[in-house]
Write a protein that binds this ligand. Structure first.
Ligand code: CO
Ligand code: CO
Length: 308
């Protein structure tokens, strides 16, 4: 491996990092998926926000992107594709990202996303690991998008709730990252397919513990009813099977569902220096970031997530 590779494929990091000079490192990631909502314009925005998120999770600034498109013009109206691309372009504009090109493949199943390149100072790369005991754990964006998307597929979500959900998924993690970078942050990732528990496990590995306060967890209110009636995505059960041995709890209620719910375009999960709590809260509030202090990192028990 080239010595300038700072983050490669061996870890579980959000993006790869390559040092170009002593001042600049490239941060690269790619993500694309099938539609999570019916409206193509919303889908384009969500797919772009999701792809950009891994750049923010590395403490980097996204600069350029390439469109990745799978679409069959014989099976679907080309106007659908135009709306998807327009959604993506609007998010890239909002993020200050230049679209440099892309590639499309004829495919009966629609897929869209981005390959994104960002920049960061080589010494300021934020990894998943690096949290310290007594760091505060902050989450931006509510949990439950997996459960809510399952409800959409079952036509059980009303228009108002569906728009609220799409708005959250399409929200860039840009201002959340800005608030985070204004203070001493030790580690960061974004919550996606492995759910809160899975991504937290990537932060603590076997070197730290973390205490989660169920009462502080943000979530979509509608998700409670769906989860209670068993309407949850298969990925939630897969995550629970995989990560439950690392979770210590006496709970068997909704919170034991929501921490395993796979997220689409979820929020940032940050380990912040406790001394900077007030400064972070002030900045996040000023920037309009929906943040929640959901727990604390601990020296012990190592490798465990304590859900209280
Ligand atoms: Co990620
Ligand atoms: Co990714």
């Amino acid at each position: 491996m080239d010595e300038n590779v700072i983050v490669g494929i061996e870890g579980f990091e959000d993006a790869g990092v390559y040092k170009v000079t002593d001042e600049i490192a490239l941060v690269q990631t790619v993500d694309f998926f099938t539609p999570v909502v019916d409206d193509p314009y919303w889908f384009g925005q969500i797919a772009a926000a999701n792809a950009l998120s891994d750049i923010y999770a590395m403490g980097a600034v996204p600069k350029t992107a390439l469109n990745l498109v799978c679409f069959s013009p014989t099976k679907f109206d080309i106007a659908i594709l135009k709306e998807i691309i327009r959604g993506g372009a609007d998010k890239m504009r909002e993020a200050g990202v230049s679209l440099l090109g892309g590639h499309s493949v004829d495919d009966d199943e629609i897929k869209y996303g981005l390959a994104v390149t960002g920049i960061v100072h080589p010494d300021k790369v934020l990894l998943n690991e690096g949290a310290r005991p007594w760091d505060i754990l902050v989450l931006t964006k509510p949990l439950g998008t997996g459960i809510m998307n399952t409800a959409i597929k079952g036509k059980l979500l009303n228009d108002h709730a569906a728009t609220g959900l799409a708005t959250v998924m399409a929200t860039l993690n840009r201002t959340a990252a800005e608030a985070m970078l204004s203070v001493n942050v030790h580690a960061c990732t974004d919550v996606t397919g492995f759910g809160l528990a899975g991504h937290l496990k990537e932060m603590i590995r076997e070197s730290l513990g973390v205490e989660l306060h169920a009462g502080k967890l943000p979530y979509f209110g509608e998700a409670v009813e769906f989860a209670t009636s068993g309407l949850v995505p298969g990925g939630l059960y897969r995550n629970r099977d995989f990560y439950r041995e690392h979770v210590v709890t006496t709970r068997s209620d909704f919170f034991f569902d929501i921490i395993f719910d796979p997220q689409t375009s979820g929020g940032l999960l940050m380990a912040l220096d406790p001394a900077d709590r007030a400064k972070f809260e002030e900045t996040a509030t000023r920037l309009g970031v929906d943040y929640h202090i959901i727990g604390t990192f601990l020296a012990e028990p190592k490798g465990k997530i304590l859900l209280r």
